[in-house]
Design a protein around this ligand. Structure first.
Ligand code: 5GP
Length: 363
């Protein structure tokens, strides 16, 4: 976390954002690995071929608040993938990520990750998913105060056949995971892949009862692609940075998003660091918030971006001068956007109601 970005926030507001119960709906497992967990991996592993110098440089420059473009970010994911190559490590990092979100008072978490196989360690896509589920199960057994669900990520840069394989895996785990695997995410380098090929695959997932969270309009000049993906329609939009006309999007994209009432997972630090948004005050969160459109405050890649769920709320508070009540409402209303049933939503709503006893919303 880099305090320079929110140094104007009062200590009281900072504490409020930390104790506020929160919902996290856009977190990629391997981008969420904290520096502490990375140290554990480095300690445990033979790291031949991993460019640690590059990784350390990244962490150093992010700490200084230096911005990165998306291509640089995608280079870092490659390094993270070189660190996480076996099922024990997948389980360990997932467990740590969940505990860190829980310690930050995230009460409901939807994690997403791209199943990968690494023949040299015997890890298959199937055992990758099992390893994530094991970590979730362990947290449940330990009564960690958080509900966790899992989305399998389709990496668009890996082609449509791999996408279909991932959807088949998601269908299989939807049946066998007792409700933990609930959906499919579309992510990966937005410059790669023709979405005309991917839409039938995504529709197959939807028809099988899986929820769809799709990265849409992450870059400029993707208007036609965005229209195509919105027409499915997805259940949530990741980023949605360039949907509206003021930033080079198109009115029909706004209209479709509103017509289908598709919530937007906004990731302020990630977008500013990734230079797709020039500054926090220009972030599209405010455009959609002012329209009363459902927006969730999310972290994206808390490890690589050195952020946290609380830090993102602090940034929202600092940038838009929101009151505690407004921040509470953003968090509370996010419950409507989770991929779960009414019973779980009601349970969460009552937790939020109870939290009002110690949140001191009026001050
Ligand atoms: P993993 O799926 O390995 O757990 O998490 C890292 C992966 O998530 C990356 O390789 C990339 O495919 C995806 N990812 C993480 N952050 C972003 C983002 O901001 N945009 C897109 N399009 N993909 C991302």
């Amino acid at each position: 976390m880099y305090p320079s970005m929110w140094s104007n926030v009062s200590f009281e507001m900072e504490e409020f954002c930390k104790i506020l119960p929160k919902i996290e709906l856009h977190a990629h497992v391997n981008g969420s690995i904290s520096a502490e967990t990375m140290e554990k991996i480095i300690h445990n592993k033979d790291l031949v071929g991993v460019d640690m110098l590059k990784l350390n440089k990244w962490i150093h420059s992010v700490k200084k608040g230096e911005k990165k473009n998306l291509d640089e970010t995608f280079e870092m994911f490659k390094i993270m993938h070189q660190l996480v190559t076996d099922t024990d490590t997948v389980s360990m990092v997932t467990y740590d990520v969940i505990k860190e979100f829980a310690n930050d008072n995230v009460r409901y978490l939807e994690l997403r990750s791209t199943p990968r196989d690494v023949p040299s360690t015997g890890m298959t896509k199937q055992s990758y998913v099992e390893a994530v589920l094991q970590a979730i199960e362990k947290c449940m057994q330990e009564n960690v105060k958080i509900i966790v669900r899992f989305l399998l990520s389709v990496d668009r840069s890996r082609g449509v056949n791999v996408a279909m394989e991932t959807v088949q895996l998601a269908k299989q785990f939807k049946e066998s995971s007792k409700g933990i695997v609930i959906g499919v995410d579309l992510s990966g380098n937005p410059n790669v892949g023709d979405m005309n090929d991917f839409v039938p695959v995504l529709k197959e997932a939807k028809n099988a009862g899986l929820k769809l969270a799709l990265h849409i309009a992450e870059r400029t000049n993707h208007v036609e692609e965005s229209a195509l993906l919105l027409s499915i329609p997805p259940d949530r939009i990741g980023h949605g940075t360039f949907l509206h006309p003021e930033v080079g999007g198109r009115q029909d994209l706004v209209d479709m998003t509103q017509k289908y009432n598709i919530p937007i997972e906004t990731c302020l630090t990630s977008n500013v660091l990734g230079r797709t948004v020039p500054s926090f005050d220009k972030h599209h969160f405010k455009y959609w918030y002012d329209k009363k459109h459902p927006c969730i405050v999310c972290t994206d890649d808390k490890g690589l971006m050195l952020t946290s769920s609380s830090a993102e709320y602090i940034i929202v508070s600092n940038t838009f001068h929101f009151t505690k009540q407004q921040l509470y409402d953003i968090s509370f209303n996010s419950i409507d956007c989770i991929f779960e049933n009414d019973k779980i939503k009601d349970e969460l709503r009552s937790q939020w109601e109870t939290s009002k006893n110690f949140l001191d919303l009026q001050k």
